[in-house]
Design a protein around this ligand. Structure first.
Ligand SMILES: *[C@@H]1O[C@H](CO)[C@@H](O)[C@H](O)[C@H]1NC(C)=O
Ligand SMILES: *[C@@H]1O[C@H](CO)[C@@H](O)[C@H](O)[C@H]1NC(C)=O
Ligand SMILES: *[C@@H]1O[C@H](CO)[C@@H](O)[C@H](O)[C@H]1NC(C)=O
Ligand SMILES: *[C@@H]1O[C@H](CO)[C@@H](O)[C@H](O)[C@H]1NC(C)=O
Ligand SMILES: *[C@@H]1O[C@H](CO)[C@@H](O)[C@H](O)[C@H]1NC(C)=O
Length: 433
């Protein structure tokens, strides 16, 4: 074996003690004198690590004494070689696979490594007054396959249990867990099984939601799983109304009530007025009102529920009617407590309830100013086409339907705004210009 010529350990590397120098690639390298004097076993985990397809040399260091008569190697206590040193050729044992070579100085060379060559190897040297029996653990590393993360469920209620199961492909040395790219450490909250194969959060918190990955590493490669998105359901703990408290409005004033609540999944909204549900039920987070009669005063409540957690909360605003000038003269900012933008120049009459269009119940109750107060347009009565979608008659301005506020507090999936058409059967309002 010409390739082994260089592996012979020269006497300069020798010493009184016998250890094992396991060198993966640096054939025939000499340890430092300090190392030669000690009984340290250099493991193959020091770089370069033995890799699949590569070669490893296990070199006794210092070499066997000159009076040794037998040298041999075992793998998991089964013989690979034994060599009576006064004979030419070593004998092979039951664990010999054809990839092993006995080199100079009783070194063992294994070529074409496979993962199953990992394990314990034992050197035996015997002679008069000599008996050496030394084991070393060999670990062969391959390129790691991408692990997968499994979980029974990834939507977990707050304070519930989250358990994720990782995977250790062959020759994995370290397994780490990440949430949103940050490695998780063992603390009171995060627990891991031995070897980190499973991750356990016994009382899940809201901030435990995120993307979980597991990463496997060995000295020659790293592989990370696809993320698993964990959702933590919670809330609502409270609901908030804007504006809130007490609102003093005049007839004709228009006000938009916005309701919000923090919950996962997004809460469902319902509204009531003075204890009774509003009909038709507005399903969104926004309620628009135009005050046209004293009966509309009272307490408006928004109820938020999360069917996933069973929790609910309520927010309210109390609207009182105050006497004052007519609506046409009312100016933004004059009405107590409201921001200028919350009140628009009022429509002549009517209550407008804006709801999420997703319910298909976007319904406006409209007092037909145009048609009922002596300003009838004859066309509207005679011409069905005009009724379906004519432009607004002179003096009447088209007003877009009320839009729900989109955001985390509104229900998802609202369809696009219906077209704005004057006098169509679709919900719409007209204002006088
Ligand atoms: C490893 O497995 C291969 C077959 O896949 C076999 O030929 C070889 O002998 C095995 N080596 C050891 C050390 O068990
Ligand atoms: C053989 O060598 C060992 C170590 O060098 C020594 O302890 C032992 O006494 C030697 N035996 C003989 C018979 O010389
Ligand atoms: C297990 O995870 C901990 C914390 O991230 C890490 O320090 C440790 O090295 C890991 N152990 C194994 C065997 O992967
Ligand atoms: C989690 O992953 C999804 C897609 O896989 C991504 O949309 C989302 O933003 C990620 N979340 C975080 C907190 O990184
Ligand atoms: C609201 O929650 C309470 C318990 O906190 C429960 O008794 C009640 O039934 C819930 N109401 C609705 C409408 O879910």
């Amino acid at each position: 074996m010409g390739g082994l010529r260089g592996t012979h350990s020269p006497p300069a590397c020798g010493g009184q003690w016998l250890g094992l120098l396991l060198s993966a690639a640096i054939l025939g390298s000499c340890p430092t004198p300090a190392l030669a004097q000690t009984q340290i076993i250099v493991t193959p985990d020091l770089p370069p690590a033995p890799v699949v397809g590569g070669t490893v040399t296990l070199t006794p260091q210092p070499p066997p004494p000159p009076n040794a008569t037998l040298c041999g190697w075992l793998r998991q206590s089964r013989t690979i070689f034994w060599h009576l040193l006064d004979q030419e050729q070593p004998s092979t044992g039951s664990s010999y696979t054809g990839r092993e070579v006995l080199g100079p100085g009783c070194s063992l060379i294994i070529v074409g490594l496979m993962l199953n060559y990992s394990g314990s190897y034992t050197l035996q040297v015997q002679g008069p007054g000599v008996f050496i029996f030394r084991g070393v653990n060999l670990r062969v590393y391959g390129k790691l396959a991408r692990p997968t993360v499994m979980s029974r469920r990834t939507t977990v209620p707050e304070n519930g249990i989250l358990e994720l199961f990782g995977e250790r492909p062959p020759s994995t040395r370290t397994l780490l867990w990440y949430r949103d790219g940050t490695v998780l450490r063992l603390d009171g909250h995060v627990e891991m099984s031995p070897g980190n194969l499973s991750l356990l959060l016994a009382r899940v918190r809201r901030d435990d939601a995120g993307n979980y990955t597991c990463e496997v590493r060995n000295p020659i490669s790293t592989a990370r799983s696809e993320p698993v998105t964990v959702t933590v359901t919670y809330g609502p703990d409270a609901a908030f109304m804007n504006p809130s408290g007490l609102l003093s409005l005049r007839l004709g004033d228009k006000v938009t009530l916005r309701c919000a609540a923090d919950s996962v999944p997004a809460p469902q909204f319902s509204w009531s007025h003075s204890g009774s549900d509003l009909i038709p039920a507005p399903a969104g987070a926004v309620l628009s009102l135009v005050l046209t009669s004293a009966e509309q005063a009272g307490v408006y409540e928004c109820h938020v529920t999360n069917p996933s957690t069973g929790q609910n909360a309520t927010a309210s605003v109390s609207i009182t009617l105050r006497l004052g000038q007519g609506p046409v003269q009312s100016q933004p900012g004059q009405t107590g407590g409201l921001q200028g933008g919350a009140i628009t120049r009022a429509v002549d009459a009517g209550i407008i309830i804006g709801s999420l269009a997703g319910t298909g119940l976007l319904i406006f109750v409209l007092y037909y100013v145009l048609c009922t107060q002596g300003k009838r347009d004859p066309r509207l009565e005679k011409d069905p086409v005009a009724q379906q979608g004519a432009p607004c008659p002179a003096g009447v301005q088209e007003q877009p339907p009320l839009q729900p506020v989109r955001g985390q507090q509104s229900s998802p999936g609202a369809p696009p705004t219906p077209p704005t058409r004057c006098c169509s059967p679709e919900p719409r309002t007209c204002t006088r210009s």
